[in-house]
Write a protein that binds this ligand. Structure first.
Ligand code: IPM
Ligand code: MG
Length: 399
C-alpha cells in the first residue's frame, strides 16, 4: 500500500523536475531587457481585478492617462483596459487565468493590475491557483520590487523579492503521499537566483545605494537557500563599490523593528516566501499595505499592482467608492518610472506624499465619513499640477 503511494509520488516528482529543468533552459535562452525608448508604441494594459479593484483601477487609470497625455497623443503610448481578468470568469473556466485573457495580456508590454481574489480552501470559489502567481510565472516576472520609504525615520528600502521560484514554484503541486504525509517543494535555480540578485545589485549601482542585503535561512534550508546565498556572495564580487551583507530571515524580521539598526538596510534581495512576508511587515511602517505599490518585472514584460486584497466586504456594504486608490496609484508611478518617464513619476510620488501624508486636505476613511476615491484623485491631480509642488514637498520633508 505504502509502496504504491511512494511510486505515485515519485512519478509526480519526476514530472515536476522535468518542468523545472525545462524552465531553466528557457531562462538560459531569454533575451536581454527590453528597451522602451526604442519601442514605437509602448502598450499599457489595465487589469481592473475583483472587489474594489474596478473602482480604484478607474481612478488610477485616470491619473496614468493624465500624466502620459503627451505620449498618448503622439502615439508613443497606448493605454487600454483588458477584460475578463475576474474571479467570476476564472471560476467559470476553472483556470488561474482564462487562456484567451492571457493571450490578450501578452499583447501588452506592461500592465497595471488591481487587486484580485485568491481562492482558498473553504471559499465558494474553486480552489484555483492565485492569478497573481500565475501571471508572474506566465510572463516570467522574476523580480518583485517593493519600495518602502518613511523619510522622517530615515527608512528607504528597496526589496527585490524573487518572484517565480522558492516555495511558490510548485506551490500548487505538492503531493499528498498518503492521508498522513503531505510534501511541498521549494526550488532554487542558479539562473533564477542569479538574475534576481544581479537586478538588485544593478539597481543599487544605478541608484547610488551602497549596500545589498541578502536574506535567507541558509543555516537550516541548506540546499536552496544555500544556493541563493552563495550566488549572492559571488555576484557581490562584481560590484566592488557595493557592500554585501547577509542575514537570516528570523533576525531580519526582528531588525526591521529595531529603530537603531534598521536604517542601515538599503537594497534587500530575498527568496519568494521570505520576500512576501517581510514586505508586508516593512509596508506597515509606511502606513500599511494599502500605501505600498509593487512592480513585477521581467526582461520582456512587467506588471505593477497594489499589494492589498480586493476587499469584497467593502463592495457588499456598498462603500467601494470610498476605497483608497493610493496603493494602485503608487504602482502606476512605478510603472511610469519603469518605462522611462522618471520626471513624471517624481511628480506623482511627491503629490501622493503631500496629499496623503502631510497636507491631508481630504482624508480617506473607507466610509462615507471620508472622501471618495474620485474626490481624492482630483485633489491629487490638482496638487500635482501646482507649480509649487516641489517646494511644498521639500518644506514638509524638512519639517
Ligand atoms: C503578494 C500576495 C500574493 C503572494 C498572494 C495574493 C498570492 O500576498 O503579492 O504579496 O503571496 O505573492
Ligand atoms: Mg504578500
Amino acid at each position: 500500500m505504502n509502496k504504491d503511494a511512494i511510486e505515485r509520488a515519485k512519478e509526480k516528482f519526476g514530472k515536476l523536475l522535468e518542468q523545472q529543468l525545462a524552465r531553466v533552459e528557457k531562462i538560459k535562452k531569454e533575451p536581454d531587457w527590453v528597451d522602451y525608448a526604442k519601442m514605437k508604441t509602448i502598450r499599457i494594459g489595465i487589469l481592473p481585478g475583483d472587489g474594489i479593484g474596478p473602482f480604484i483601477a478607474k481612478e488610477s487609470a485616470m491619473v496614468l492617462r493624465h500624466l502620459l497625455a503627451p505620449e498618448v497623443k503622439s502615439g508613443k503610448v497606448f493605454i487600454a483596459d483588458i477584460e475578463g481578468f475576474t474571479i467570476e470568469r476564472r471560476a467559470a473556466e476553472n483556470a488561474a487565468i482564462p487562456p484567451a485573457v492571457m493571450e490578450e495580456i501578452r499583447t501588452f508590454d506592461v500592465t497595471l493590475k488591481g487587486p484580485t481574489t485568491t481562492p482558498r480552501k473553504g471559499d465558494p470559489w474553486p480552489n484555483i491557483e492565485s492569478c497573481n502567481v500565475a501571471v508572474r510565472k506566465e510572463l516570467d516576472l522574476f523580480a518583485n520590487i517593493r519600495p518602502v520609504r518613511v523619510p522622517r525615520e530615515g527608512i528607504d528600502w528597496m526589496f527585490f523579492r524573487e518572484n517565480t521560484e522558492g516555495a511558490y514554484a510548485m506551490g500548487s503541486s505538492g503531493v499528498e503521499v498518503t492521508d498522513d504525509l503531505a510534501i511541498d517543494f521549494t526550488v532554487a535555480t542558479t539562473q533564477g537566483s542569479d538574475r534576481l540578485i544581479r537586478a538588485a545589485f544593478e539597481y543599487a549601482k544605478k541608484a547610488g545605494r551602497k549596500r545589498v542585503t541578502i536574506v535567507t535561512k541558509a543555516n537550516v534550508i541548506k540546499t536552496t537557500d544555500g544556493k541563493f546565498l552563495s550566488i549572492g556572495q559571488k555576484i557581490a564580487k562584481d560590484y566592488p563599490g557595493i557592500e554585501m551583507d547577509d542575514w537570516y530571515i528570523d533576525i531580519m524580521t526582528a531588525k526591521l523593528v529595531d529603530t537603531k539598526r534598521r536604517n542601515q538596510f538599503q537594497v534587500l534581495a530575498l527568496p519568494n516566501l521570505y520576500g512576501d512576508i517581510l514586505t508586508d511587515e516593512a509596508a506597515e511602517f509606511q502606513g500599511g499595505v494599502g500605501t505600498a505599490g509593487s512592480g513585477n518585472i521581467g526582461k520582456r514584460y512587467a506588471m505593477f499592482e497594489a499589494i492589498h486584497g480586493s476587499a469584497p466586504r467593502m463592495v457588499d456594504e456598498g462603500r467601494a467608492q470610498f476605497a483608497d486608490p493610493c496603493s494602485m496609484i503608487r504602482a502606476a508611478a512605478m510603472l511610469i518610472r519603469h518605462i522611462g518617464y522618471g520626471d513624471r513619476a517624481d511628480k506623482l510620488e511627491m503629490a501622493l506624499d503631500v496629499c496623503g501624508q502631510f497636507e491631508k486636505k481630504l482624508v480617506m476613511t473607507g466610509r462615507s465619513t471620508g472622501a471618495t476615491g474620485n474626490q481624492f484623485c482630483k485633489y491629487l491631480m490638482e496638487t500635482m499640477e501646482n507649480p509649487d509642488l516641489k517646494k511644498r514637498w521639500e518644506g514638509y520633508m524638512k519639517a
